[in-house]
Design a protein around this ligand. Sequence first.
Ligand SMILES: Cc1cc2nc3c(=O)[nH]c(=O)nc-3n(C[C@H](O)[C@H](O)[C@H](O)COP(=O)(O)OP(=O)(O)OC[C@H]3O[C@@H](n4cnc5c(N)ncnc54)[C@H](O)[C@@H]3O)c2cc1C
Length: 426
Amino acid sequence: MDKFDAVIVGSGPAGMGAAFSILKRKKDASILMLDKRPYSTGGMRNDCKMNFTFPIGFPLEYWDEETADRYLEEVTDFLKPNILSKSNIGTYQARAERLGCSLLEIKQTHLGTDGGLELIKELLAKLKESGVELSLGEEMVGIDNKRKVITTDKREIGYKSILIAPGRQGFHFLQDVMHQLDINYMDNIIDVGIRVETRLEHYPIVKDYYDPKFYFKEKVRTFCTNSGNAHVVKEKYATERGDIWYSVNGHAFKADESKNNGLVNFALLKTVRFTEPLASGQTFAEHLGLLASLMGGGKPLMQRVGDFRLGRRSKVATFNGDLYDFKPTLDACPSDISLAMPSKILRYIWSAMKNLDTIVPGVLHPSTIMYYPEIKLYANKPEYKDEHFQVCEGVFFAGDGAGTSRGITGAWASGIRASLGMLEYF
Ligand SMILES: Cc1cc2nc3c(=O)[nH]c(=O)nc-3n(C[C@H](O)[C@H](O)[C@H](O)COP(=O)(O)OP(=O)(O)OC[C@H]3O[C@@H](n4cnc5c(N)ncnc54)[C@H](O)[C@@H]3O)c2cc1C
């Protein structure tokens, strides 16, 4: 049986952050990186806009500003981002403040989905060159921490320390691992909302600020804005019973004027936290996703703002009228999102939309599309034993699936933070 100083499960940014950090600190460490996909997937494959300012991507239960900044410095040194310039921020900020909202000014860069893929290739080549063993297309299925062995779909592998960073889509897998290791966890928080798609001229702020971070009342925020050659996409999820539902998402290719489709998309999300009785955010999300899927004939839902305001559903014909002048980039089902979305969430999201339209006039144009549901499932909250996200001897978690991050740079930083604990074991 092969045995390694460090086994890293997941080749997303959390896994990458850990691998490069170990290499930097202990060149001769034996490292194996596994990914269940035949290629490195991970979040850097989607849009790859990276944010370099606290608190974007850093859940406050695990990070304070000083700690995040310390790790962000190492992330920045390694990735050497080309920070995008911004303009007219003061004007938007003043408008937001008048409404009791805020616009956070942050450092960000955007590689695009294609640029992200180039970065992944570069990173994998670097890992190989440095002697890291890469095994793509191999899935971890179980762990026995007494024997220090994991089982994959191909073999058994020994470890001195292990980082498990399977991302949001590894949510169920991570819960299985926690059951096997007898680790307590909570998953009582989720983000639920819509993805908005509109013409660039109806959300011109993106020319001044690529991914503007607005915060509204009642824990609603804008998230993951894409423009240029921008598309709305769907992510597939399966419940434990095998029922399928979709969350929408968005991405854009790297900046290239000749391929600009003139559209913008962004998410408006509301954070929901369950207290008493303590409900699983995952289960709640699945119910919402399945309801939308039921109404949409297996597809996510979409509704034009014009129809929503008139209280009527969108129909296929709605998408051809004179005011409704652009083609949706996602094949979703024209519908009535208010029939599928809990009213409290919808009320806050709509209130945020109205505020946003006052700050950036135009976004509530009748042609604007609201896609539903967009759900973020990164709320596994294991009981960590220390600041390095150790869950039991030699076993560490990091990244979005483990709740230690909400984005590429946060995931990378949490991978570095976990690696510092892993180093103690070899
Ligand atoms: C469409 C889309 C667009 C996004 N855009 C952005 C953006 O622009 N900016 C941003 O900051 N964030 C963005 N995100 C979020 C970002 O992708 C995540 O925050 C980030 O990738 C989390 O990193 P991670 O390492 O935790 O997980 P991931 O990047 O998801 O990587 C996890 C890896 O683990 C592998 N894996 C899972 N289970 C197993 C197993 N059992 N065995 C072996 N391997 C396994 C998966 O195949 C995957 O490659 C986007 C996400 C999506 C879906």
